[in-house]
Design a protein around this ligand. Structure first.
Ligand code: ADP
Length: 165
């Protein structure tokens, strides 16, 4: 019997950071395919468009070739999972402060669909302080974000905030 496993890594990725990238690169050593699913959420107004966010992920992850698939979804994650015929969800945990929110989402997803299982990977120590929001704040005030996000996202952040100055 051939076992193959796919897992969905959902998030805003506005933009992808080195923390997200670390989670993806560790997940590809465990799962056959990691589907990075960018959330299109009408309640959030992201800095980058859906296409931009997907392109940053694609260029950061091209070394993984077909093992990492970049997609998007809107609405309920459980509906997207059903549509893709995948039951595994990947999330990253940075600090205790992430736990409460992540536990709530994981339990709610299981409540909505009992088949869904959420896997958590702990953030690497040197990535645990990185968040998309903090990176955007640093870039807005002209700080160097090249060690915090993949190159394509760093260039786009520099460009975006230079243009608004
Ligand atoms: P959301 O808007 O759903 O929180 P994010 O794009 O902020 O989406 O994050 C997606 C997932 O990546 C979440 O599980 C989050 O905890 C995780 N994550 C974010 N930053 C890091 C990081 N630096 N290290 C590890 N995991 C992270």
């Amino acid at each position: 019997m051939v076992f193959s496993s796919s897992i969905v890594f959902p998030g805003s990725f506005d933009p992808i950071t080195k923390g997200h990238f670390d989670i993806i690169s560790r997940a590809v050593t465990i799962f056959d395919t990691v589907v990075v699913a960018v959330l299109e959420n009408p309640l959030k107004s992201p800095l980058f468009s859906l296409e931009e966010r997907k392109n940053f992920i694609l260029s950061a992850c091209n070394q993984f070739e077909k093992r990492v698939v970049v997609d998007h979804f809107s609405g309920l994650l459980v509906d997207y999972l059903k549509q893709k015929n995948i039951r595994l969800v990947l999330r990253g945990l940075r600090a205790v402060s992430d736990y409460e929110y992540e536990a709530q989402i994981a339990l709610m997803n299981r409540h909505l669909d009992a088949q869904v299982e959420t896997f958590f990977l702990m953030a690497r120590e040197d990535c645990a302080y990185i968040s998309s929001n903090i990176v955007k704040q640093i870039a807005r005030f002209g700080g160097d974000v090249r060690r915090l996000v993949p190159e394509s996202a760093a260039l786009a952040l520099e460009h975006k905030f230079k243009a608004t100055k």
